[in-house]
Design a protein around this ligand. Structure first.
Ligand SMILES: Nc1ncnc2c1ncn2[C@@H]1O[C@H](COP(=O)(O)OP(=O)(O)OP(=O)(O)O)[C@@H](O)[C@H]1O
Ligand SMILES: O=P(O)(O)OC[C@H]1O[C@H](OP(=O)(O)OP(=O)(O)O)[C@H](O)[C@@H]1O
Ligand SMILES: [Mg+2]
Length: 285
């Protein structure tokens, strides 16, 4: 079997969650701190620790077969590279921001002005779509400081909680895109290696489904069973087992994290008792 070469970020925001998802797929890698490359002992996988910004080019050249990377970086530097899975972590936006006390109505604000950013292509595309002519100034870090030191009138950078903007007296005025970590694939992946990727992707999907679901156990009086079962989805349908105590049943089901609290409230209102909620490690449908 051929070996799948995967790039992950060497250090930074994506590193820990990328290693965690590989681990949760049951794959053991030696992630010694100073190594730039590591092999899995129980799956045909090699992991390369690289700078996030360099990864699109490595994918394009086929130096690596797949990568865990922010969708924002693909949009900026790898429009020709597809991704096959959204991974549900490192969620953020790429936004334009201006000093807090500026009056902002629309994109015409930026006409003839200067924007500092690490995302020049993304910004330029947005400016073109709005037919605004602006000077885009590339800087690689600490972008939010630019307006305060007179380097630019506005900035375009990643926004998550908004606290970096707040601390620098800036306000978000346009959201250019929303992003999360994705599994990107080299256009040069071989047919043989694609088979290994399919296996890995199957595992990743099982892990993600598990992360997005909870296993719920509860006790229900038999006379209320029907209405309780009506709010429970389950994988196929809920499991119902008799309790030792006459007139009661134990109900087991799987609930999506998104609907979780609504369903729990409804279950309680309908007479469910002793509700237990457990994490799901993996889910294979
Ligand atoms: N504050 C944040 N909240 C959520 N996700 C973020 C945040 N900042 C960055 N990200 C996501 O994590 C990715 C990596 O960000 P990070 O700042 O660690 O690396 P970088 O400096 O852009 O890249 P490099 O590895 O080239 O140094 C970004 O491309 C983005 O997708
Ligand atoms: O909206 P917030 O939650 O404040 O997050 C946004 C900040 O996070 C990122 O920087 P990071 O902390 O990764 O530092 P960096 O500039 O060194 O990459 C990004 O470049 C923003 O500055
Ligand atoms: Mg950063």
């Amino acid at each position: 079997m051929s070996t799948l070469k995967m790039a992950i970020q060497k250090s930074g925001r994506l590193n820990q969650d990328s290693l965690k998802i590989i681990k949760d797929c049951g794959i053991s890698i030696d992630n010694g701190k100073d190594q730039l490359k590591a092999s899995a002992s129980n799956f045909p996988l090699e992991v390369f620790y690289l700078r996030n910004g360099d990864i699109p080019q490595y994918l394009r050249d086929g130096v690596v077969d797949v990568a865990i990377i922010g969708e924002n970086v693909l949009i900026e530097k790898g429009q020709d590279i597809d991704f096959v899975e959204r991974l549900g972590f490192s969620k953020c936006k790429v936004s334009l921001a201006v000093p807090k006390n500026e009056i902002y109505t629309d994109m015409s604000y930026f006409e003839g002005k200067k924007i500092a950013t690490s995302y020049p292509n993304t910004v330029q595309k947005y400016l073109n779509a709005a037919s605004v002519s602006t000077n885009v100034h590339l800087i690689n870090g600490s972008v939010e400081i630019a307006p305060n030191i007179g380097l630019a009138d506005g900035i375009c950078d990643i926004v998550s909680s908004g606290s970096t903007l707040f601390k620098n007296n800036l306000k978000e005025v346009e959201v250019l895109l929303k992003s999360e970590a994705v599994l990107a694939v080299s256009p040069r992946i071989s047919v043989e290696t694609q088979k290994v990727l399919d296996k890995l992707q199957f595992r990743i999907q099982s892990v993600l489904k598990g992360r997005n679901s909870k296993y719920v156990l509860l006790n229900a009086p038999n006379d209320k069973l029907e209405s309780i079962l009506a709010v429970l989805p389950g994988m196929r349908s809920p499991t119902v087992l008799p309790l030792a105590q006459e007139g009661w049943s134990s109900v087991h089901s799987v609930i999506s994290k998104n609907q979780f609290w609504e369903i729990i409230d409804e279950l309680k209102a309908k007479g469910a008792e002793g509700i237990l909620v457990c994490p799901i490690e993996k889910m294979v449908l």
